[in-house]
Write a protein of this length. Sequence first.
Length: 593
Amino acid sequence: MASQKSQLTVRWLVLLLACIMMIGNYYCYDNPASLHNSMQTLMPSTNFETYYSLLYTVYSIPNIVLPFFGGFFVDKLGAPICLIIFSSLILAGQIVFAFGASVESWPFMLMGRVIFGLGGENLTVAQSAVLAQWFVGKELALAFGINLSISRLGSVINNYVSPAVADDLAFSDFNGVSMALWVGALICGGSLFTAFMIVPIDKAATKRLKDTTKFNDDLTSSLLEDGEDGGGNNRSKASSFDGIRAVSAERMSTSAMLLHEDIDEEEIRLTDVKNFGVIFWLLSLSCLVVYGCVLPFNSFASGILSERNYFKAPSSSCVLMNPGECSSGLLAVNATKNPARDDGDFSEGVSNCPGDDFAPVFPTSLDSVTCNGVSGLSCDKSSYTFSTVTSSDIDCDDDFWSKGCAKNYCDAYSDATKTSDSVMSIPYFISAGLSPLLGFLVDRIGYRAVVASLAPCMLVWVHLTLGFESGSPIAPLIGQGVAYSLFAAVLWPSVPFSVEAKSVGTAYGLITAIQNFGLAVFPLIVSQLKSANGGLYLPNCEVFFTGCAAAGVLVGALLNIFDARRGGKLNSIDGKGRKEVADRGPPTPLMTT
Ligand SMILES: N[C@@H](Cc1c[nH]cn1)C(=O)NCC(=O)O
């Protein structure tokens, strides 16, 4: 049945709907990354980075196990019904997450991310299984490419829309961050609606194909019965039968017959996993380490780019003329009277420090500073005293800091956040643009295993450059986008070539579960590395990402070696490989005479 769906024109509508359905998932998955700095301002805490990483970790922890069962249920219950269940979960999760942000509660926000995760990853599994049913052979990678492209548009739109909503759309009872998350919930509602549209289309196609198959079966068996009657009619009956076989064979494309047996009547068991071969396990390992330096990197990209390029720490020799007084704003004695200069040299003609792209210097201590009597300021507290001011004490949502005492710091922080958020979109922008083209090419030239080892080579360069050089981040981020797009273009369409057709859902579930092990653990490693390095991402976090990419190169090499030994399926154009073609011989006819 699956293979025959790939012959129906309505598959393109299914693809369009499946892509639109994923926008909500990707938009909301990346909400924390695009709202990182706004959340830090809304809920400042010394544990902020840990809570922040947990938003990704709790999404992924249940998914270390669940997609495996999700994939199995997709194979058992059918993908379309699973689309509705999982889309409902992402909507419910996003609502709880947005509610948590509205009441500024980390526990609710984390609970929302858990529920969102229960739906999110299983939804990608169900959707991959739908695509593998409706698209085969020379259209499979193209379908995955188009799908990733439109899904990633969701991430890109989120990177622009969410910070803008958070900045500009705060109402009295709803802070900006929660407004941005409620917008996400609205988009998830749209995803659920789209999932509801796919179900009747899939059902109608399944029924139509079942009816056609039954009609063909009835016709051929009645002709066979007639043929067995003996007598002089045999020759003409035989030629009618040949005609039916030809028509039926035409309906099933050659690639469909080779790649996808009709799986409806075959029993599907979780234990089928033990039959998954080395190629599947290498693909899974590659997915773990390579995605490990793509998605977790994106979650921290805003912070990494701020630290590296747009909000660099000033040199310790750069100090305020009056370190115990406000640096800039309505509470500053006078900006010109409290400048920052290097080494405390405040003589005429010495230029201000720290300069463009650096965080302005803020007061080192404050003693009973109040907003009383200063018009235009509505401060959160009546008086502000700090023996030592640290960056986490500065709450730019509080007028005291943003307009009163550290205006230059808060303004520069807001500008740096906007720049980092748009620059960090580069990889996903590239993925949105390149994925369909790469999918089209992969379907035509193959070389899946080769590309799966070249892409992480590029990622090694990207993360070494980000970790150890200080120039513009644009070139490495373009590299990250190209490498990620290449890798995704070959990884996901390779899965159906590595297992039997009946286990495709289970295989997508398992590889997604393995991927989520990395997505759960890697953000925690990154935040630990940051804490151990005095709150700095660089270079240690980038060394970690480089290590993941290097492991990807190694696994990619093994993939090529094992693929070559097993007939070169992954590197072949049509995913059949030398050995398989030889084994299977010509396309199996529907029936032998
Ligand atoms: N399993 C997903 C993870 C994800 C990302 N955003 C939402 N879920 C996945 O890997 N998708 C493919 C991709 O390239 O992101």
